[in-house]
Design a protein. Structure first.
Length: 606
């Protein structure tokens, strides 16, 4: 919402200045400015003689504690939780500074007395991109002693990964080693994090809050300034969105199936920006659910609980929509071992067999578990009690709200493969590909990702690297730039298997190239040549031009597979800096780190 002379008390010059400034401010900057203006207004009132009479010292309220909330977030979950706890603390009178770990000056840590860390774990136990610098500082010899610090850590993770919540655990231990005292014990959240995070917040707020409440929160003022309004729909209350269209983007003969799905947000008030993700609550495959019920000898219509409130649903519905049945984790196997006398399962969980356990868990599901370890005999109610909730899947949005109002588009590759003698399915991708037709409803919510956004300046050049479905957000970027008339140059690197069948959105890229919205495009189709060629190879072939774009201030974006592609592309970036910029390996690493700090190097990887 832009300010105008007609909808604000400002003159034309002030309106123009504010409209240029406000969109460039970070969340922490807006919050600080809001608080500053509130304090300034109070000071003005005092100067005018309107201040209340002095309160006797004995009756004066206690000074509200100052709290620093730092978040490290890859997809936005940690940042969203940081905002929630900030709001709760401000409502209880605390003075809160909230910041990304990337924006926090580590040397100020010594001045902090109450610190809350909210951080996710990325990849194989690694900190998210915007937490790396702070993480490395804290674990270096430069980190100060923190005997005056009280702290607490909220860790986000996924129990299906070996290094569950590792980054949060590392922060928790390191702060203790530096002399800090725990305000509240660390809480470790699985993918279904709302309840655990809520309990942690309540404990933290109770530990820090004062009797006096702030008259107005900075967050509330910030929303008033920016005209922000929130939808009633969220992760915990998804919107039932109608599917408008569902198309296969791959040509005949391709061994891949990539769906372009258009979804209506009409009536939801859900707002998003290019770079955000759509959360989708899927259903498990009916064949797997039915086979599981049959194997265990259960009754499909038997009522079972689906939450801690005791709400019940028929077993088949519960297994379809409420519980995860396709991913095995160590905690799940430990609970399952209590339901059976299987010596084989007990032995698999013994110390020293971690590699065997990891190998077993890979590509197996709940049906494998109950068949292999004779779990038949356990009741449906006690069995579902050990299952975790079916988590939402996040997909990078491939549309611009300016180009397609009240719609959101997804680009999803259906995952199907065979393992251990049985066909396997990607839960959400196959649900979308096979059982989501035009007119059906999907439970969805918006996952904001402030760490993957177009530059504030429309003139800034951008380089986008997105193989396969990783190209999704770049379709959104270009659609947005077309609508806003952005003048900045743009360069897309796209790759897939075959030109003839797998060139996703080919006609759109060609139109944008013709119209100048897309300045240049390089493609890599790995199966069309004797030697496999990927996007990182195309980058190296154009290394001189690539480096020139970097020197001109280009923003670099990567989207796609984290395990292999993102690492290879990062290595190619470093190689270009060394080759074309004459840098050492250490200098190239520092250059890329500086780009990340300046938001010129952003990744949406999974």
């Amino acid at each position: 919402m832009e300010l105008q002379v007609t909808n604000s008390p400002f003159n034309q010059e002030q309106v123009e200045l504010l409209n240029r400034l406000l969109p460039t401010l970070s969340e922490s900057q807006r919050n600080w400015l809001s608080g500053y203006l509130t304090a300034l207004q109070g000071a003005a009132g005092s100067a005018a003689g309107s201040a209340p009479s002095a309160v006797p010292a004995a009756d004066a309220p206690a000074v509200a504690p100052e709290v620093t909330v730092l978040f490290g977030s890859q997809t936005g979950n940690s940042q969203g939780l940081a905002k929630k706890v900030t709001k709760k603390l401000e409502e209880r009178g605390c003075q809160v500074t909230i910041a990304s770990m990337k924006d926090f000056k580590p040397n100020n840590l010594k001045k902090v007395h109450n610190l809350l860390i909210i951080v996710s774990t990325h990849g194989d136990g690694e900190p998210p991109d915007n937490a790396v610098t702070f993480y490395e500082f804290l674990h270096s010899k430069r980190a100060p002693q923190l005997e005056e610090l009280r702290y607490s850590v909220l860790a986000l993770g996924d129990t299906s990964y070996e290094f569950f919540c590792q980054t949060g655990k590392d922060f928790d231990k390191r702060l203790e080693d530096l002399g800090g005292k725990r305000l509240v014990s660390r809480a470790d959240c699985d993918v279904d994090f709302e309840e655990t995070a809520g309990e942690w917040m309540n404990q933290v707020v109770n530990a820090l809050s004062q009797a006096s409440a702030a008259p107005a929160t900075a967050t509330a003022v910030a929303n008033a300034v920016t005209g922000g309004t929130e939808s009633e729909y969220s992760r915990s209350n998804p919107f039932q969105a109608e599917v408008l269209d569902n198309l296969n983007l791959n040509g005949r003969g391709s061994d891949r199936e990539t769906r372009h799905i258009e979804i209506s947000l009409e009536g939801s008030n859900l707002q998003y920006e290019p770079g955000d993700s759509l959360g989708v609550y899927p259903e498990n495959h009916p064949r797997l659910v039915d086979k599981l019920i049959e194997t265990m000898g259960w009754k499909a219509d038997e009522p079972v609980p689906v939450n801690k409130n005791g709400d019940q649903r028929p077993l088949r519905e519960a297994l379809l929509r409420h519980y995860e049945i396709t991913v095995l984790t160590k905690p799940l196997l430990e609970q399952a071992a209590k339901l059976t006398s299987s010596k084989k399962l007990q032995e698999l969980l013994e110390a020293g067999r971690e590699q065997d356990l990891k190998s077993y868990i890979h590509d197996r599901d709940l049906l494998d578990l109950v068949q292999e370890f004779a779990l038949k005999g356990a009741s449906a109610a006690e069995f579902v009690a050990i299952l975790r909730k079916l988590p939402a899947r996040l997909y990078s949005i491939s549309s611009s709200p300016k180009a397609t109002p009240n719609e959101v588009h997804l680009t999803v590759r259906a995952v199907r493969y065979e393992a251990h003698g049985r066909e396997r399915y990607g839960v959400c991708s196959v649900h979308l590909a096979e059982r989501t037709e035009s007119g059906t409803a999907l439970p969805v919510f918006i996952q904001h990702n402030p760490n993957f956004k177009l530059p504030a300046s429309a003139d800034a050049p951008i380089i986008m690297i997105g193989p396969g479905t990783g190209v999704a957000p770049f379709r959104a970027f270009l659609a947005e730039r077309e609508e806003t008339g952005a003048e900045g140059k743009s360069w897309l690197f796209f790759g897939d298997q075959h030109f003839s069948t797998d060139f996703l959105y080919q006609t759109e890229w060609q139109r944008w190239l013709k119209d100048g919205v897309l300045t240049r495009m390089d493609v890599a189709f790995s199966r069309d040549t004797d030697k496999k060629v990927y996007v990182q190879h195309r980058m190296m072939e154009k290394s001189r031009e690539f480096y020139q774009w970097l020197q001109e201030g280009a923003y670099v974006y990567i989207c796609g597979d984290e395990k292999k592609m993102a690492h290879d592309v990062h290595a190619a970036l470093a190689a270009i800096l060394e080759q074309e910029g004459g840098m050492s390996a250490a200098q190239a690493a520092e250059y890329l780190s500086r780009m990340q700090q300046d938001n010129r190097y952003q990744r949406d990887v999974y």
